[in-house]
Design a protein around this ligand. Structure first.
Ligand code: SAH
Length: 367
């Protein structure tokens, strides 16, 4: 039977609505980078600090009194703050209960992590690194990069002419940005690791943090577990810039060559920088460095396990976005099957995934 005029109208209204929904999705994706850039602008302007220094929720004039912006841009700041409140970075309310008065902007748990520039509860330096033009601009060439044969050049090298760890060596300001970013991440996540996952370090008397950056993670482990002899293996240019420490030793070296012996080898955010073949080489060197009698030595990996953790949409999306992000250095975020493959290929007999760090997990690999 032919549909009535009313049914026809209904069908086409539904059809139009779903087209409009699809357009909305496309616009939402297309403007995703504007969200990132709004966050970056709030960091550049130090808006979280301004609200914090004001002592609590602040009006625009109160924020403006503490940030460097041209007075003619105050109306634009209101629009920036609207994006950042709609997306949950700041709160906003009217100063009087009847809905009148000035708008007052406050911190949320999200923007609290952007207050100040150091300490375990501060991620500003990490966000500064992730949102820096050096790491953002390569993605404009992602489509072009797909035309090149794997593995060389990485998207980062195609854009800047250097692979990431040559860049940290030869480009002083990027090297500093990178080091500070990693220190901020380590301070944040390792504080949680030693409080929530202390068991991981039980029974260990020595630990080498392989590719441990400026030693921030190792320092936190050494302070939390004073009986553990802690050291860092890093490239010589990184060791040269590392802060002196009473209880953390630094070795300049190459993890692809050899790794100093210890009960435990710690690899935080290292293996995701490398392809499978390189990961197997690194893991084989880790295995050589730990005692071979079962039950004593282990490798502790802190990285993303795609699909591990909660099924929260933001978490799932962040894991796969990070995978695409790290593809710019020819690295990869791996799911359990992919981790298992490289762990067993390197000669380990077993592993355990402990998905307790939100987006990331701890993986223990046993010889
Ligand atoms: N584990 C640290 C740093 C991770 S970034 C953290 O999570 O904060 C990766 C680190 O690997 C960089 O500091 C880089 O200098 C180091 N690295 C790269 N190649 C290396 C090699 N061949 N030997 C030792 N370290 C290396």
């Amino acid at each position: 039977m032919a549909p009535s005029a009313e049914q026809n109208n209904h069908t086409s209204t539904d059809g139009q609505q779903s087209m409009l929904d699809a357009q909305l999705q496309l616009w939402h994706h297309t403007l995703g980078y504007v969200k990132s850039m709004a966050l970056k602008a709030s960091l550049d302007l130090r808006i979280p600090d301004a609200i914090d220094q004001h002592g609590g929720p602040a009006t625009l004039p109160q924020i403006v009194a503490k940030v460097a912006l041209h007075p003619s841009k105050i109306p634009c700041l209101r629009r920036l703050m609207r994006v950042l409140t709609v997306t949950g970075v700041f709160t906003v309310y009217h100063s009087s209960a009847d809905g009148g008065g000035d708008l007052v902007y406050g911190l949320t748990p999200v923007s609290r992590l952007m207050v100040g520039s150091s300490g375990p509860l501060n991620l500003s330096h990490f966000l500064n690194l992730m949102l820096d033009p050096m790491l953002v601009s390569p993605f404009l060439g992602l489509g072009d990069w797909f035309q090149h044969e794997m593995p060389d050049p990485s998207l980062l090298k195609m854009t800047h002419g250097w692979d990431v760890f040559d860049l940290t060596d030869h480009h002083a300001s990027f090297g500093k940005l990178f080091g500070n970013g990693m220190v901020a991440d380590s301070g944040f996540v390792m504080d949680i690791v030693v409080k929530e996952c202390g068991d991981v370090f039980q029974g260990i008397s020595s630990l080498v943090d392989v590719a441990g950056g400026l030693g921030a993670s190792t320092q936190i482990i050494a302070n939390a577990f004073p009986h553990v002899e802690c050291s860092v293996l890093e490239l010589s240019h990184v060791v040269a810039g590392a802060p002196a420490s009473k209880n953390v030793k630094f070795f300049a070296g190459d993890m692809f060559e050899s790794i100093p012996s210890a009960n435990a080898i710690f690899l935080k955010w290292v293996l995701h920088d490398w392809g499978d073949a390189d990961c197997v080489k690194i893991l084989k060197n880790c295995k050589k460095a730990i005692p071979c009698n079962k039950g004593v030595g282990k490798v502790i990996i802190l990285d993303i396990v795609v699909g591990a953790g909660s099924s929260d949409q933001n978490l799932v999306e962040t894991q796969v976005l990070f995978d695409l992000f790290i593809m710019c250095v020819n690295g990869a975020e791996r799911d359990e099957k992919e981790w298992k493959k490289i762990i067993f290929e390197a000669g380990f007999s077993d592993y355990k995934i402990i998905p307790v760090l939100g987006v990331r997990s701890i993986i223990e690999a046993y010889p």
